[in-house]
Design a protein around this ligand. Sequence first.
Ligand SMILES: *[C@@H]1O[C@H](CO)[C@@H](O)[C@H](O)[C@H]1NC(C)=O
Length: 290
Amino acid sequence: MGSTSSLNLPLLMSLVIGCPVAASASNFYQDFDITWGDGRGKIVNNGEVLTLSLDKASGSGFQSKNEYLFGKIDMQLKLVPGNSAGTVTAYYLSSKGSTWDEIDFEFLGNLSGDPYILHANVFSQGKGNREQQFYLWFDPTADFHTYSILWNPQRIIFSVDGTPIREFKNTESLGVPFPKNQPMRIYSSSWNADDWATRGGLVKTDWTQAPFTASYRNFNADACVWSNEASSCKSNPLSSASTNNAWFSQELDSTSQQRLQWVPKNYMIYNYCTDAKRFPQGLPPECNMS
Ligand SMILES: *[C@@H]1O[C@H](CO)[C@@H](O)[C@H](O)[C@H]1NC(C)=O
């Protein structure tokens, strides 16, 4: 046995870099379980691609095997092509229980050629009501695009193809709860929501077009995995020099700040923070932070 074999390498690594788990080649068999839909959810191409389908009888869904407490989580999605009106594809992180935390992407389908809506919401301790909605600057059904959630103790940043579309800052100092104590799983589901999804429920699902299928690939999580009441990030990732952990303290640089203005300015169609009618007692405190 060589002398290096006496080193416990995994332990050493975990102490040195805080051991974030970076999924290497994405494999859906390894990282996810199809949880419902009676065969409508499928893992194909040796685990490289997952598809969720919806028909009149049922939708389908999957969830991650791991729970995470903070991370940068990327997934590529290709949404239901053609007439997807009435359908919703939800892709989100969520904890359990009645005071759950949740970080939410929902994709609201539309008639062929009409724009999908990307809906983004944050729940903390069971309370949401923080919706923002956007059109996209591309056709999300024509190809795969990357949807990312960066979640660290200071902020949540939603990004599309690397462009930040929304930042939800930790404003606990203003009394606003922030998701930071409850580990979350990744979930996705495809379901019928034609009572509200498309033009507020005016356009119904055309079941002659079923099944409606969305596809997923290239999952990547640079994240702290939570298991047996402990985090895989043993030491404070902040203390690490490793760029693998940059997400843990990541803020938006000035380029990203500019892009974060570009998206809301040109593509935002709803923002709870400007919906004064909805909050007659005053806008939520986090809305007064620029
Ligand atoms: C669907 O298209 C209509 C017409 O362009 C638009 O008003 C609506 O916002 C689009 N998206 C959804 C999900 O309703």
